[in-house]
Design a protein around this ligand. Structure first.
Ligand SMILES: [Zn+2]
Length: 327
């Protein structure tokens, strides 16, 4: 297949081919291993692609989705906001390579982003504060006044209050983003689902609310996704598998050792005797899963990969090759 010199289709075709080549090589374990990190192909800026995609999403997708948000936002129902946010949710699921069941609040916390509704609210307040501070003879001010008197745009205070931001807290604008972020995050996490409660207790630290180190590190996209899957319970450990198949909690035992131990992330990564040699090799000795997830991204990624592979191998020896679980 070829295109003429300078053809605009060239980068797209190149991207399609190189994407499949890279993932196939990685999945077939081709290439070399350096310092515990598998390098299938050396590509220019390959590990920066995720960052670039996130920036493109912020620069190209978000403005389109949020177009008109300052005037339309207050009138949208909760259902409509959920529909709009599903675009961002799908994007984050794809970026992190996790299951669709992972709650939106958790996806946002992993990457340190605000919800689309929070971004829209921020825009709406900024716009309103700026316009109402203008001279009365400005067209934008007159339009704003007439829309208020006709009953449009009067719900911003209500919408804002729903997210815990009173009108008196709209100014100063310079620190508005921080106030909106704090308030929205508090609201999203104030009544956590059991799954959110587990993450909050064992995995996440909501403060500081920033992208987690493993996502900004030089880990390959494959390893970043593997870490993301274990952080967000998108894995096939018994503790999770039992939820889909309706096995009671106390019967979700470790598949490899009959020690009466439930196969949780904590058990597999920090306790299971099957991986004690790997823990020694990677110098992993923690009691707390949160501390474990704070080790340097390279060490975290290579240890999780080693355990993941060792588990697959051990299971194959026990019962023969298994199919991938449903995602
Ligand atoms: Zn075990």
């Amino acid at each position: 297949m070829g295109v003429i010199q300078g053809c605009p289709a060239s980068p797209t075709v190149f991207g399609m081919i190189i994407h499949d080549l890279f993932w196939s090589s990685e999945q077939l374990n081709l290439g070399v291993t350096i310092g515990g990190v598998q390098i299938p192909l050396l590509l220019f800026a390959d590990d920066k692609c995720s960052k670039i995609r996130q920036r493109l999403s912020k620069a190209l997708v978000q403005p389109v989705v949020l177009y008109g948000a300052p005037s339309l936002g207050p009138a949208l129902s909760r259902t409509n906001w959920r529909k709009i946010e599903s675009i961002q949710k799908k994007f984050l699921q794809h970026e992190l390579g996790v299951r669709t069941q992972v709650p939106y609040a958790i996806l946002l916390a992993e990457v340190g982003m605000l919800s689309l509704e929070a971004e829209a609210l921020l825009l709406a307040i900024q716009y309103t504060v700026r316009v109402r501070g203008q001279e009365d003879n400005r067209y934008s001010k007159q339009a704003w006044i007439s829309s208020k008197s006709s009953g449009c745009g009067t719900d911003l205070a209500c919408w804002s209050a729903f997210w815990g931001i009173e009108e008196k807290d709209w100014e100063p604008l310079i620190s508005l983003r921080t106030r909106v972020a704090d308030s929205v995050i508090q609201k999203l996490w104030e009544d956590p689902t059991p799954r959110q409660a587990y993450y909050c207790r064992d995995i996440f630290r909501l403060t500081p609310y920033t992208e987690h180190a493993y996502l900004t590190s030089d880990l390959s996209p494959h390893l970043q996704r593997l870490v993301a899957c274990y952080r967000t319970s998108s894995h096939s450990l018994r503790v999770e598998e039992g939820r889909w198949t309706g096995i009671p909690w106390e019967q979700r035992m470790c598949k490899l050792f009959t020690l009466g131990q439930i196969e949780t992330e904590h058990h597999v990564f920090l306790k299971c005797p099957q991986y004690s040699l790997l823990r020694e090799q990677h110098e992993i000795s923690f009691h707390d899963l949160r501390d474990f997830f704070l080790v340097s991204p390279i060490r975290l990624g290579s240890y999780i990969l080693a355990v993941d592979k060792a588990q697959q191998l051990a299971l194959e020896q026990l019962v023969g090759p298994t199919d991938d679980p449903p995602t």
